[in-house]
Design a protein around this ligand. Structure first.
Ligand SMILES: C[S@@+](CC[C@H](N)C(=O)[O-])C[C@H]1O[C@@H](n2cnc3c(N)ncnc32)[C@H](O)[C@@H]1O
Length: 313
């Protein structure tokens, strides 16, 4: 596929590059904000699973827009992977399933709680649907647990979900309003949606911890058989202006008759991505060749360092 054909097929990928966002996901958060007015009065925000950083960029641009107030704004981003720096954003390279990460976030806010926590987390997929779904749900559970450590009462928590019906209803234990929202920039062909949880109100006496076995409940017995007012149906909302581009449609390269299409390279190429070593091994035809491993590890290292030396960066 040529560079421009991807621009034609994925309008948000293209707009992200042209507007300087690190990933097309930025539009999802922007469209959620159009619907839910997420950023009003937010001074402390946390972006969980943030790399490469397009949501942190949105937070930075939106929350620090006012020159006089921008010094009061604190944004903390967490990811397992390293991320290129962003103005006004403190980065923690860490795991959101660890209580030490929660403590580090609170330390950055000088002990004060966050007004907003967003999480666009996605684990590496294995291709085994059930396993992937389980790991994704566990990641969400970790995000919720960490949120209970850092969010202020009345605060907002947003996360990306797929097939997480059980979690939706459980979230009502912690939040007054829970809405499942689908931004225009999230493809209809994907079951991805975002859960917007507003007005954090933990149950009385609730002590935040990182090991609530929420997923060990039996869904059928505990939740699916509830009836009448006890059965919580989480509202589903399509969001993003209807005039916004449709993420499933292919658009011509020349969007605006007065402006000629010009290819734009990605805003921020990944730094140290986990697949980098595999790419180099494949380039040198060393991938999955048992004879080379592990005895010829030195040879691999030599080839890799040759490549690094030859690279323009
Ligand atoms: C879809 S990307 C996030 C994109 C990001 N919101 C943006 O707009 O650029 C998902 C991220 O989740 C991170 N992730 C997965 N598991 C994690 C964990 N346990 N702790 C921290 N980050 C994690 C991955 O490293 C990956 O960068």
């Amino acid at each position: 596929m040529g560079r421009s054909s991807k621009d034609k097929r994925d309008i948000y990928y293209r707009l992200a590059k042209e507007e300087g966002w690190r990933a097309r996901s930025a539009f999802k958060l922007l469209q959620l904000d159009q619907e839910f007015n997420l950023f009003t009065c937010v001074r402390r925000a946390v972006d969980l699973c943030a790399a490469p950083g397009s949501w942190s960029q949105v937070l930075s641009r939106k929350l620090r827009a006012n020159e006089e107030e921008k010094e009061q704004v604190k944004i903390v981003s967490v990811d397992l992977q390293a991320m290129a720096p962003l103005p006004g954003v403190t980065q923690i390279q860490g795991d959101i399933t660890k209580v030490s990460t929660a403590q580090e976030i609170v330390r950055h806010f000088a002990g004060r709680p966050a007004d907003l926590v967003v999480c666009d987390g996605a684990p590496d997929v294995t291709g085994l649907h059930d396993v992937d779904e389980y790991i994704q749900a566990q990641l969400l559970l970790a995000a919720l647990n960490i949120t209970t450590h850092v969010l202020k009462p009345g605060g907002t928590f947003i996360f990306r979900g797929k097939d997480v019906t059980l979690l939706y209803s459980q979230l009502r234990v912690f939040f007054k309003q829970v809405t499942c929202a689908k931004p225009r920039s999230s493809r209809n062909s994907s079951i991805e949606a975002f859960v917007v949880c507003q007005n954090y109100t933990p149950p009385e006496g609730y002590a935040p911890n990182m090991s609530n076995p929420l997923l060990d409940h039996s869904y059928d017995v505990d939740f699916n058989q509830l009836e009448g007012p006890n059965r919580i149906i989480v509202p589903f909302l399509a969001c993003g202006d209807l005039s916004a581009y449709d993420s499933d449609q292919t658009y011509p390269l020349q969007l605006d008759a007065s402006q000629e299409y010009r290819y734009t390279p990605p805003t921020q190429p990944p730094i140290l991505p986990p697949y980098q070593q595999a790419c180099l091994l494949r380039k040198n035809n060393l991938l999955a060749q048992q004879d080379f491993l592990p005895l010829d590890q030195t040879l691999i290292s030599m080839k890799l360092s040759d490549q690094h030396d030859a690279s323009p960066n």
